[in-house]
Design a protein around this ligand. Structure first.
Ligand code: GDG
Length: 498
């Protein structure tokens, strides 16, 4: 039977939209390749090396520019201890699958922003074609006793194609972004196909309980022929002769790596320099990709409100807002940039005084050490997405807060709020006045409370790090043994403040 041969020792085939490499073109057919950074890569590479395995994904350049690439990837694979297999995309496929279906339909609607969707039928057809392309590369490589782990919203239809191609290996899917509620999901013209394609996986992982519940209520409404059993952290769904399992697993970071890197001399000096430039001032930090889900305009309005209502903050705080350029080929993103820059201009125009600029706006990607220096030195982090699968910035900030004196202001609608609710100040990211009050509360918070809260946050993130996450997902997916599977609630420590 399908999946029967999978075991703790099975090879792991990881499939994601992008291969975990950074490519640089040195000449017309010469490339340099380096391993990508990021928590997922760090956590999976040891597993891939250990079990033997491969990573399948798009290399980041379109077919017409990819001369010489396959050989380089083969060699890079050998060097890093696991194989890399590219899925090549044409420019048109990239435009309609990645920019189109994934980022103009699924991304907005799964973040509850259906009014931003461009429901172009051609996008769906290309999405299916590209998912089939991915499935073909997987089928060429997979053995029956492998475990195939597919990631994220770009690849929801791969299992369906694998079935068509008679691939016997067991598979699982992890969704990194939220899963919407039934009312929102129903708006999607391809809701039935997408749901039935997701039900072709043997295992489904979501970030939070809310996402799991939303998915299960869509299943109950749209696929009444299936049977939901053992509802809980790991729910079983019986479909004809198969049983699939659906759980939630909050992704995390390599806590130790962030904490030790933040301790380095280089980061310490950069952190010192940042504050030297802003003497006698508390830094409030916002770091986000340019994305309408990150709530940047509401956050800026909240900061303006705080300056208006609490003049005590004048000259005493500066907001450093870093916006990392992203998806600029999509019209909605260009408009968002304009809105942000206009608000920054208005706030600075109104409040700047000699020696004090209220908002320091940075529109570029920071080098890693610079990023860590801001994390380490900022007194307050303002992480207020209107919706977010998890939000790693909130966890990275705490990991780098070595002095345990920072305050995390966190949106209720970030996935990380489930784990970090007891140490952070939670806010509704649409509530401008509420966020302004939270900024003031963080500014005034005494050292003892700050330390207690930050210790709690760091403890939680340290215990539930990215390695814990990989273990939890793989043990629930592969071993089917629930005793392997940590009960999350027990891991969330409570805050002890008078
Ligand atoms: C998706 C989901 C989920 C940011 N600015 C710089 C920089 N970063 C790095 C951060 C962090 C990452 O980018 C952003 O991660 P997030 O989790 O916040 O957001 P998404 O990119 O939207 O990720 C999300 C995640 O998948 C994982 O499942 O949490 O909800 O949307 O790691 O450090 N890195 C550098 N310079 C920057 O300026 N070097």
């Amino acid at each position: 039977m399908k999946g029967d041969r999978v075991s703790e020792k099975s090879r792991l085939i990881t499939v994601s939209n992008r291969l975990p490499v950074v490519l640089k073109k040195e000449s017309s057919d010469r490339w340099s390749v380096s391993e990508g950074s990021g928590g997922l890569v760090t956590a999976l590479v040891p597993v891939l090396r250990d079990r033997g395995g491969l990573w399948i994904g798009w290399p980041g350049v379109t077919e017409d520019q990819s001369g010489g690439l396959r050989d380089v990837l083969r060699k890079a694979g050998l060097d890093s201890g696991y194989q890399l297999h590219p899925v090549m995309l044409t420019q048109e496929e990239f435009d309609k699958f990645y920019l189109g279906f994934a980022n103009e339909i699924i991304w907005p609607i799964f973040h509850d922003l259906h009014t931003l969707c461009n429901f172009e039928p051609e996008y769906w057809k290309t999405y299916l074609r590209v998912n089939e392309k991915f499935a073909r590369v997987v089928a060429e490589q997979a053995r029956d006793d492998d475990y195939i782990w597919i990631h994220d919203y770009h690849l929801m239809s791969v299992a369906n194609q694998l079935r068509e191609l008679n691939v016997e290996a067991s598979n699982g899917f992890f969704l990194h972004i939220p899963f919407p509620s039934l009312d929102i999901f129903l708006l999607l013209p391809w809701r039935n196909q997408i749901l039935s394609h997701l039900l072709e996986y043997d295992f489904l992982g979501f970030q939070t309980q809310r996402d799991q519940r939303n998915f299960l209520s869509c299943v109950e409404a749209l696929a009444p022929e299936v049977d939901l059993r053992d509802r809980g952290r790991l729910t079983s769904i019986a479909i004809k002769d198969r049983t699939i399992r659906v759980g939630y697993f909050p992704i995390s970071i390599d806590f130790r790596d962030f904490a030790t890197s933040a301790e380095s001399q280089e980061v310490a000096e950069a952190a010192w320099y940042i504050h030297e430039q802003l003497p006698d001032r508390k830094i409030i930090l916002g770091i986000d990709r340019l994305d309408y889900t990150k709530g940047i305009p509401y956050r800026l309005k909240a900061f303006r409100k705080a300056l208006e209502v609490y003049p005590e903050l004048h000259r005493k705080v500066s907001l450093v807002q870093v916006v990392v350029p992203s998806r600029e080929d999509i019209p909605e993103y260009a408009g968002l940039r304009e809105a942000i820059e206009q608000l920054v201009g208005e706030i600075n125009g109104q409040y700047t005084r000699s020696g004090w600029i209220p908002v320091h706006y940075i529109f570029r990607s920071l080098a890693r050490n610079e990023l860590l220096a801001y994390y380490r030195t900022a007194e307050i982090a303002l992480v207020t997405p209107i919706k977010d699968g998890m939000n790693l910035v909130s966890k990275e900030y705490c990991a780098c807060n070595l002095n345990e004196n920072g305050v995390l202001i966190l949106s209720e609608f970030a996935g990380s709020a489930d784990q970090l609710q007891n140490g952070a100040i939670l806010v509704n990211p649409f509530d401008i006045e509420g966020m302004a009050e939270a900024i003031y509360e963080a500014f005034k918070m005494n050292a003892d409370e700050r330390r207690k809260r930050m210790r709690l946050l760091r403890k939680t993130i340290q215990e539930q790090d990215i390695f814990w996450w990989v273990d939890s997902v793989l043990s629930a997916a592969i071993s089917r043994d629930l005793t392997y599977y940590p009960v999350l609630e027990e891991y969330i420590p409570k805050l002890d403040i008078e």
